[in-house]
Design a protein around this ligand. Structure first.
Ligand code: SF4
Ligand code: SF4
Ligand code: FES
Length: 225
């Protein structure tokens, strides 16, 4: 199989043997271990939990450890590059700082009302707010949605789907104490109103999360506030 990998200013071509159940991460690992040890890429868990292995595969952002070559190869060819919308450190490695800085800007840290001396707060799994929060809570911070979002490309200050999804899970959490502050943080031209509902984030999120739905929820919550 022919594999084109983005290096500094160009694509470098490699020939990689096909294997059964081969993932795109297996392909990149083969290249780094067998063909060119200078290739830089990032991964940790290999089982879809850490969110660190995302890359662009044939122009589409994907988690590479759970993406099978059979599903994405076009004419026995793969083109692999770093995620869009993020600065490149080297080869396939992006600098994730601005992505996570935006989680902080969207007040993505939980701040509950109770102290460690209080009893646990009981939240029914069947309640509407709990189900809303649960729908977005499994985010692994892979930035696939962020790379898929044209609004981030057009306006690099836009908070983006992952940070806004995180804000929505907290706005939906009945134990949260700082939602007035959080809603203010996600308003304005770089916040949820900048989303044009293109839905690319939702189509590509490997965890089946819909940041688009969360962003719509934030818009409704802001309207009510
Ligand atoms: S729905 Fe909104 S956040 Fe998601 S990709 Fe489109 S513009 Fe970006
Ligand atoms: S919302 Fe989905 S695509 Fe976006 S960072 Fe979280 S897991 Fe990845
Ligand atoms: S290596 Fe952890 S999600 Fe792919």
């Amino acid at each position: 199989m022919k594999v084109l990998v983005k290096r500094q200013h160009t694509f470098q071509e490699f020939e990689v043997p096909r294997e059964p159940s081969q993932t795109v991460l297996d392909v990149v690992t083969y290249i780094q271990r067998e063909l060119d040890p200078t290739l830089a890429y990032r991964y940790a868990c290999r089982v879809g939990m850490c969110g660190s292995c995302a890359m662009e595969v044939n122009g589409v952002p994907r988690w590479t450890c759970r993406t099978h070559v059979d599903r994405v190869a076009e004419k026995e060819t793969l083109t692999i590059g770093p995620l869009r919308n993020l600065p490149v450190v080297r080869d396939l490695v992006t600098d994730m700082r601005e992505f996570f800085d935006k989680w902080a800007r969207a007040k993505g840290a939980f701040a509950g009302r109770r102290s460690r001396r209080d009893d646990f707060e009981t939240v029914s799994p069947e309640s509407k707010r709990r189900r809303q929060a649960d729908a977005g809570i499994e985010c692994i911070g892979c930035a696939v949605c962020y790379a898929a979002c044209d609004t981030v490309t057009w306006n690099p200050a836009y908070l983006g789907p992952a940070a806004l999804n995180r804000a929505w899970t907290l706005v939906s959490d009945v134990r949260e104490d700082r939602n007035a502050e959080r809603l203010l943080a996600v308003s304005g031209e770089d916040g949820c109103h900048a989303c044009h509902t293109h839905v690319s984030c939702t189509e590509l999120c490997p965890k089946g999360i819909s940041p688009t739905a969360g962003i719509a929820g934030l818009k409704r919550a802001l309207f009510k506030a």
